[in-house]
Write a new protein. Structure first.
Length: 146
């Protein structure tokens, strides 16, 4: 999953070399603000209850170009948590059967029908409010430059 913060149609004053570093810094601050907001959303229990913390640790950002940052959730299952899943069959990949732990030991099945899972939005949740906070932090980072 990913989201890109891209600054388009820069005013002429911002295209000057002197301002380039400030603009890059502002984009970095905006991306960090978005990531921090996603983490806060999860920490306050509005998304899902973390089991291992892996999904939350996988949410990060990097500079994609000089004036854009990409925010990503690197965990391969992030989209399933965000969007949920439909009912589906689970089949063994490497063996003839699935090995399922139970209190008495293990049971083996050739197929399991998973009922699906409900969505737990965290990455794109509250997008309008997050966009406002990101814009405020971006503008604040450019104060004194413009």
């Amino acid at each position: 999953m990913r989201l890109e913060l891209k600054i388009k149609k820069l005013p002429q004053i911002l295209q000057a070399n002197v301002v380039e570093k400030s603009l890059r810094r502002a984009v970095m601050i905006a991306a960090e603000t978005y990531v921090r907001d996603v983490h806060d959303w999860i920490d306050t229990g509005r998304a899902f209850k973390p089991r291992t913390g892996n999904l939350q640790r996988s949410i990060t950002w990097y500079m994609a170009t000089e004036n854009s940052a990409r925010i990503i959730a690197q965990a391969d299952y992030a989209k399933y948590v965000e969007l949920g899943t439909k009912p589906h069959a689970i089949l063994p990949k490497r063996r003839k059967a699935l090995k399922i732990p139970t209190p008495e030991g293990y049971i083996f099945r050739k197929k399991v029908n998973h009922p699906g899972s409900k969505p737990h939005p965290f990455f794109f949740a509250n997008l309008q409010e997050r966009a406002k906070r990101v814009a405020v932090e971006f503008t604040r980072a450019l104060e004194g430059v413009i």
